[in-house]
Design a binder for this molecule. Structure first.
Ligand SMILES: [Zn+2]
Length: 545
């Protein structure tokens, strides 16, 4: 049996990262991410995995972002019982992020089911709950950068710093194979040079197959150094404070929050910011900041470590406290989630501030098309929040200098050490234009088009040893497409069937007056389930924890 690679996510998009490596020694998953963005993609989160979760022997998670880890609890629910290897900081971040993702899904489904009940439509179940996510955390196993571990006997791996967020890694995997071991590198998300808090990404070692992210594969960004970026933030915040109102900064909980807090702490320390109260109105971002503190030794900053460790900001825990800061009429800098304004407490602050000409809304991150953040940023005279029309009179400001991703030139430079030995580069985690742009840039740098592939969703590759090197050849059998034309219009899947069955079962039990009859119905259902489980689950091989 040979080695094969399957691309189960982030193929022509930037979410749902998930790659499966099938070896003679066992199966390994790199990342298990959630699909985000358009509904036609998100529907995939509810579908069955295109592989048997119980056959996966081990998982490696590159970093804590939900588009790389968000379906891990679902994998555990579906029968995965191995270990999920990652760095210590990533494990600690996931401790908060995954249960939070479960709670968000429960809330979303509650809201959806209220509507479905009103319309007499079938109820849906969440992909997983907070409790499911908490249970999956027990499978996480921490390892250190640069040290080899054996996720499966016959397969060794190590993580290297990717410079993207706290704990982020790219994965080097070596599979014992004939005629010689095959070495693969999965880039995960690669950080830029000169990023706040993060050291530059480690360079990859020579490898046979490279899976390379391509988020900004067609963009070359003007770079601001650390000092210039901070000076720009200082100027915009100072102007906002001088205008007399508060400043609302929509942020994501991990990394961007801490970058901004760090820069604000430094501006205050250097006397480059007028006195201002700084609020972090996001319990999740507060928890994440605690994890950053615990792993401060892994972060970078002038003078050794990050400044937000000593910065004075107030963490807003309760909704009452959040409402109270909404009543402050000036001189406050309020960081609140979510980063694209489509959920969370920031929406309440926007409702309080958008109509005031002395308020400032400062965008420090990417705003996906269609999100409330993008609408405000585009300069609309009014927006709808919680069903209410709100005039936009506030000062809208944007900083593009914070980024977690390498641009085109940085990606090419990062990948360059692999070019000599490389058989195939697979471009993942990028829109079609970004992949084309990166393929052209790689070609110009010496990695010719013939060695670069842009895989489709669920496409499989056989690794083949030809003319002295390993190459990835598209598999002869095409994958069964997970997204069909019907998907967008009729997204009814097993979750709907499951919810319907639970409802029917409850109704059947309620309609019966006889306890004996109820117990016999349950016993019958139990018999079917037991028979099914017995047939579906062969005794497992090793690698239990
Ligand atoms: Zn990421």
């Amino acid at each position: 049996m040979s080695v094969a690679l399957h691309v189960h996510g982030a193929a022509g998009t930037v979410t749902g990262s998930c790659q499966r490596l099938v070896t003679p020694h066992g199966e390994l998953l790199v990342d298990c991410g959630m699909f985000q963005g358009p509904k036609s993609l998100r529907v995939l989160n509810y579908r069955q995995f295109p592989f048997a979760a119980s056959r996966i022997d081990a998982v490696v998670l590159t970093h804590a972002h939900i588009d790389h880890t968000g379906l891990f609890p679902k994998l555990a629910l579906a029968g995965f019982r191995g270990k999920a290897w990652t760095t210590e900081p990533t494990r600690d971040l996931l401790h908060w992020l995954l249960p939070d993702a479960g709670a968000i899904q429960e809330n979303d489904v509650d809201r959806l089911n209220k509507r479905n009940r009103r319309r007499a439509e079938p109820l849906v179940a969440p992909i997983y709950t907070r409790v499911d996510a908490e249970a999956s955390l027990a499978l996480l196993a921490a390892t250190r950068y640069e040290s080899w571990f054996e996720p499966i006997a016959g397969v060794r791996a190590r993580l290297h710093n990717a410079g993207h967020i706290l704990g982020s890694a790219f994965v080097e995997i070596e599979v014992d194979a004939r005629p010689q071991p095959v070495r693969l590198i999965f880039s995960g998300d690669v950080g830029p040079r000169e990023k706040a808090l993060q050291p530059d990404p480690t360079l990859p070692t020579p490898c046979d197959v490279l899976l390379l992210e391509s988020t900004y594969g067609n963009r070359s960004r003007a770079r601001l150094n650390d000092g210039d970026r901070r000076a720009l933030l200082g100027r915009l915040l100072s102007e906002g404070l001088r205008a007399g109102g508060n400043i609302i900064v929509p942020v994501f909980a991990v990394e961007r929050t801490q970058e901004i807090l760090d820069d604000i702490a430094r501006l205050k320390h250097d006397g480059d910011l007028p006195p201002a109260l700084v609020y972090l109105d996001s319990p999740l971002a507060g928890r994440a900041t605690e994890v950053f503190r615990r792993h401060a030794h892994a972060l970078e900053g002038p003078g050794g470590g990050p400044s937000f460790l000593t910065g004075d900001f107030r963490l807003v825990e309760t909704v009452e406290q959040s409402k109270a800061i909404g009543r402050i009429h000036g001189g406050a800098i309020i960081l609140a989630g979510s980063g694209m304004c489509d959920a969370g407490r920031v929406k309440y602050h926007l409702k309080d501030h958008l109509w005031r000409p002395d308020s400032t809304v400062l965008f420090v991150g990417y705003q996906a098309p269609g999100t409330l953040g993008a609408l405000i940023r585009s300069g609309l005279p009014s927006v709808r929040i919680h069903g209410e029309e709100i005039n936009v009179k506030a000062r809208i400001r944007v900083i593009d200098a914070y980024s977690g991703h390498a641009d085109r030139d940085e990606l090419v430079d990062w990948a360059r050490p692999t070019f000599d030995r490389l058989g195939t580069a697979l471009l993942v985690h990028g829109e079609p234009d970004a992949r084309t742009g990166l393929a052209d840039a790689l070609d110009a740098a010496g990695l010719e088009h013939g060695r670069v592939v842009s895989p489709d969703l669920d496409q499989a590759f056989d690794l083949d040893f030809r003319d002295g090197r390993w190459v990835a050849i598209p598999a002869a059998t095409a994958a069964v497409p997970r997204l069909t034309a019907d998907d967008a219009t009729a997204p009814r899947d097993w979750h709907n069937d499951y919810a319907q069955l639970l409802l029917d079962l409850r109704n059947a039990l309620q309609e019966t007056t006889d306890d004996r009859e109820r117990r016999s119905l349950l016993a019958e259902a139990r018999r079917v389930i037991d028979a099914h489980r017995h047939a579906a689950r062969p005794p497992r091989r090793s690698h239990r924890i």
